[in-house]
Design a protein around this ligand. Structure first.
Ligand SMILES: [Zn+2]
Length: 327
């Protein structure tokens, strides 16, 4: 671990994982069985000194952000918490357009802690949770952590490569080692069970996977630039600026191309950048308050009124969860 002393004699260090920190938060103040399940989420910045030879684009980096969470619960809450997580992760993977190949249930490894009865019970709980979510997991013999079984989400990208994105792991050990406890209905102190879970894994790696999956052509809601407003002639500059401003007001991420270039050249350039929408405006569009919309991957162009275009594009740019919320 990287440790540094400040001039005020504080000791600072970079964390390689979020788990122990969340146990510390759990231990802050007394917890009762009524507080459980207690779910703690963090987009946690982690640092690991990976060997330089293993670093690879966004896929493996030394500083990354985990979409991490830990669920502290009672043993009888494991199945329900795991089921709910599987459904949440599934819906988020679908929103990103990733297809699931299967969920793997990593079972007891050769070298392990805990009795056979413990492993029987823990594996059965994970299996039951998966089935409750409508999933029949593929058994990955011996693939569990040394202290408990886990479920891993295996996603498939557009060209059939598989990626592990999303995991949920049972853990009885860390709460024990760090002495987390809650007061149960019997008035006694008990250890909670900890579920480690991530939906995407690391944001950096997931962005890498996404870029590969869509070959750089992001869907409208994810595209860093959603619309480029491109002029045919400098006579339309004022109107183009107005169009861009209106689009930004409608919540769109817009760039303006007023360069003194042929419009065909501009379209080609922005198409190579895989911009989802190019809004072409010339003298005629300016006079009639219209825009000519071209979609990435299509030669067709539709000329519509600016007001109509604003509504249409703002709708298209909504993230899938918001779209669902409205339908
Ligand atoms: Zn963890």
């Amino acid at each position: 671990m990287f440790v540094c002393e400040t001039v005020e004699e504080e000791t600072l260090s970079l964390k390689p994982m979020n788990c122990p920190g969340h146990v510390q938060i759990f231990k802050f103040g007394q917890k009762s069985y009524r507080d459980l399940p207690l779910r703690m989420a963090e987009f946690g910045a982690c640092h690991r000194y990976e060997p330089s030879g293993s670093l690879h684009g966004l896929m493996r980096v030394r500083a990354f952000t985990q979409d991490d969470a830990h669920i502290f619960c009672r043993e009888d809450q494991i199945v329900e918490e795991t089921r709910a997580f599987i459904e949440l992760a599934t819906s988020i993977h679908e929103d990103f357009g990733m297809t699931r190949d299967h969920i793997a249930l990593g079972t007891r490894p050769e070298l392990r802690a805990g009795s056979d009865e413990f492993w029987d019970r823990a594996e059965a709980a994970m299996l039951q949770a998966a089935r409750a979510a409508g999933v029949e997991p593929r058994i990955a013999e011996g693939d569990g952590a040394f202290y408990a079984p886990k479920l891993d989400f295996q996603l498939k990208d557009a060209i059939g490569r598989q990626w592990t994105c999303g995991t949920i792991q049972l853990d009885y050990v860390l709460p024990d080692r760090l002495e987390a406890e809650y007061v149960a209905e019997d008035g006694q102190k008990h250890r909670p069970v900890m579920l480690h879970r991530a939906i995407l894994g690391s944001l950096e790696r997931f962005i890498g996977i996404l870029i590969e999956n869509v070959a750089g052509a992001f869907p409208m809601w994810l595209a860093p630039v959603q619309v480029v407003v491109a002029t045919i002639t400098s006579e339309a500059d004022g109107y183009a600026e107005e169009v861009a401003a209106e689009m930004r007001k409608a919540g769109l991420r817009v760039e303006l191309d007023l360069r003194n270039e042929k419009v065909g050249y501009k379209i080609r350039e922005h198409s190579l950048q895989k911009i989802p929408v190019i809004a072409v405006v010339g003298k005629k569009e300016a006079e009639e308050r219209q825009v000519a919309l071209r979609r990435f991957g299509s030669q067709a162009q539709s000329v519509i009124a600016l007001d109509e275009a604003l509504g249409l594009l703002a709708d298209e740019a909504l993230p899938p969860d918001l779209k669902r919320g409205r339908s």
